[in-house]
Design a protein around this ligand. Structure first.
Ligand code: 6R9
Length: 640
């Protein structure tokens, strides 16, 4: 037991094993990762682990000569030992909606869909888009793609038709799975209508041949004959067995789009072999997985967290996953606590935003629930404050659970820095220590390594199995984005501080990415959308601290004609171009933006001014027009 936090559950035995793994992975990485890979089922075992190289053109290659299938690893190999174990427990947001699928049943459902996709002509190596709410079919669709070697591209339900069209075109998806509509509390989300609109927007560049419509609600939607099929009807015709495609470890398992500081969203490409090893290894290690666990990762499947810890990690390890469709506090506060109690959830992995929202509710809400099945609590996506950490530990964990803050990214495939449950003593607010095999390091602005305690750019000196291999059809951009800021290192985009004993504290993005409730939003995407509003000459989006969301999005806009400006037009441009989730908190109308003489917007200043943090604005003499600063301060004050 850790002295500092009572029952965090660190045992000398697990701490010792973990320590040994860290040593082994550092001293003999090839042997260590080949050993971890043996935990999976391969058609052909790999004979070497990494052939990765961060110099030159950048190569990320793991287990290159191995062959396997991800869906077999998540399903078939558990059929002989535990066919009747619940693989997936699903609950809908309406009372009484619940379904339990055993490994046998999940396998059959995946095979039926895999057969259907093959019959519809989907080929190995082609992309399939999945645009579904949190229903079992989302998980089934991912595994069915993996089964036939199709590359899945899961798309967030909150994207606008425009945002979806961009991703459909870039991936060249040949099939889309969507819902007739989705439930979100009282609201209905018109999923099918939005997909129809997106395909129209793709125009000539659309590769979509079929749309499979999952009947999630009773809404009737229009179906385009020849293109659209009712999912339930179509899969019922298919056989419940489907041979799995043998994939190279380097074949892409999925693409996942994420926002960066510039340009269009990037489709990060994850491998089959390395990713699966990383998903299984990190799930078992970080969450101290036990066969009796009921693992609930609350992330949407369109997020990397949903890929790795709703689907691939826990299923590869033969666990039971919980999938819940609804919101934390709908139809009443404490809904998620009821899901935990009803289903005996042991491991609850969520976001700091959810914890902060729960903290604001009447404490009777959480205290009136048992929550005694819980063993491990985790958070991801943004920093968790020590205050929220303690509340999570004391109120949800009743002082009895390990709490793991996990730092990682879409690009990393799985957890990288954490205080692994029951092995490492956590420090509330700190991401803590790199996992075995994670060569985390800090570099200063000149690219020089920071030694001992200090602060700098968070980088990785070596590849790890879960690392994304490239950006879909744009390897040059991959290299440019991640490997040029700090040569020969993978640069995460985050800054961090390290204590003398190696614990890491994440200080946040150092690029122009804003993290609103764990959603990564590129400011360039927002500004591009606003540029479609003809009343606006120029805009700049920045993040400011926000009590509930972690960060809030604020935009400064320069109208074409003074006095002629409609904030609603900016909001609808963002809603249309990106999605409603990205609509700014606040719009400030200003005469100009602060720029350097070379015309670069000085976002650092805008961030401080928007956050009313007027101390230490720094040297303003480098600005093209230093007077703009006092004008901006006045504008923010006035338009509060
Ligand atoms: C898994 C995921 C990645 C960015 C990352 C960082 C922030 C994630 C964090 C955290 C502090 C944590 N982030 N986890 N910051 N503490 N525990 O979130 O992937 O959506 O790609 O976001 O999120 O800034 O760079 P993704």
């Amino acid at each position: 037991m850790s002295e500092a936090f009572g029952t965090t559950g660190v045992t000398p035995q697990r701490a010792g094993q973990y320590h040994d793994m860290v040593q082994e992975a550092a001293a003999h990485p090839e042997a260590f990762w080949l050993q971890q890979a043996r935990g999976l089922t391969w058609h052909k075992q790999p004979t070497h682990a990494s052939r990765s190289d961060f110099s030159g053109d950048v190569t990320v290659e793991w287990f290159a000569d191995g062959r396997l299938n991800a869906s077999e690893n998540c399903l078939d190999r558990h059929l002989s030992t535990q066919p009747d174990k619940p693989a997936l427990i699903w609950e809908g947001q309406e009372d009484g909606q619940r379904e339990v699928l055993t490994y046998q049943q999940l396998h059959a459902r995946v095979c039926r869909l895999a057969n259907l996709m093959r019959r519809l002509g989907v080929k190995k190596g082609e992309c399939v888009a999945i645009h579904l709410p949190m229903v079992a079919e989302g998980v089934i669709a991912m595994l069915a793609c993996a089964r036939i070697g199709a590359i899945h591209v899961v798309l967030f339900g909150g994207f606008s038709a425009e945002g979806l069209a961009e991703r459909l075109t870039d991936s060249g998806a040949v099939l889309v799975l969507t819902a007739n509509s989705a439930r979100r509390g009282e609201k209905r989300i018109p999923s099918k209508v939005t997909i129809d609109d997106a395909i129209v927007r793709c125009g000539q560049s659309s590769c979509v041949k079929h749309v499979l419509v999952v009947p999630v609600t009773d809404d009737v939607v229009s179906m385009q004959s020849g293109r659209d099929l009712d999912y339930a009807e179509a899969v019922s015709q298919e056989a419940p067995e489907c041979p799995a495609e043998s994939m190279s470890a380097l074949d892409p398992l999925f693409l996942l789009y994420t926002s960066g500081s510039t340009g269009r969203p990037k489709g990060l490409v994850h491998s089959t072999g390395g990713y699966m090893v990383w998903a299984a290894f990190t799930h078992a290690t970080v969450f101290d997985h036990k066969p009796t666990d009921v693992f609930w990762c609350t992330a949407d499947i369109s997020w990397i967290t949903g890929h790795t810890y709703v689907v691939y990690g826990p299923l590869a390890n033969g666990g039971t996953i919980m999938v819940y469709e609804g919101l934390p506090s709908w139809p009443q506060p404490g809904r998620w606590w009821d899901v935990i109690d009803r289903n005996g959830v042991t491991t609850f992995y969520t976001s700091p935003t959810v914890v902060r929202a729960a903290m604001r509710e009447d404490e009777a809400v959480v205290r009136s629930r048992s929550l005694k099945s819980l063993r491990i609590l985790g958070t991801v996506g943004e920093p968790i404050s020590p205050e929220a950490w303690h509340w999570f530990h004391d109120e949800v964990g009743k002082g009895q659970c390990a709490v793991v803050d996990t730092w990682w990214q879409t690009e990393t495939g799985g957890v990288m820095i954490t205080a692994a449950a029951n092995a490492i003593t956590p420090r509330p607010g700190a991401a803590s220590l790199p996992l075995p095999g994670v060569a985390a390091t800090l570099l200063d602005a000149q690219g020089v390594e920071v030694t001992g305690a200090g602060e700098g750019l968070l980088c990785m000196a070596q590849s790890w199995p879960g690392q994304a291999m490239t950006i879909w059809q744009d390897h040059a951009r991959y290299r440019q984005t991640y490997f040029t800021t700090c040569p020969n290192h993978y640069f995460t985009g985050d800054g961090a501080r390290r204590e003398a004993d190696g614990y890491y504290w994440i200080t946040g993005r150092v690029d122009d990415v804003v993290n609103v409730s764990g959603h990564r939003i590129g400011t360039a995407e927002i500004e591009d959308a606003i540029a479609t509003d003809h009343e606006v000459v120029e805009s700049a989006a920045v993040g400011i601290p926000h009590d509930l969301k972690g960060q809030g999005l604020v935009v400064f806009v320069v109208p074409r004609e003074a006095g002629v400006f409609h904030p609603s037009a900016v909001n609808s441009a963002v809603s249309k171009g990106v999605g409603r989730y990205a609509v700014p908190e606040k719009i400030y109308v200003v005469r100009d933006l602060p720029k350097t003489r070379s015309g670069k917007i000085v976002r650092r200043l805008l961030r401080k001014i928007a956050a009313h943090d007027l101390e230490g604005l720094g040297d303003l003499s480098t600005l093209a027009d230093p007077d703009i600063v006092s004008e901006l301060i006045a504008a923010v004050k006035e338009q509060q």
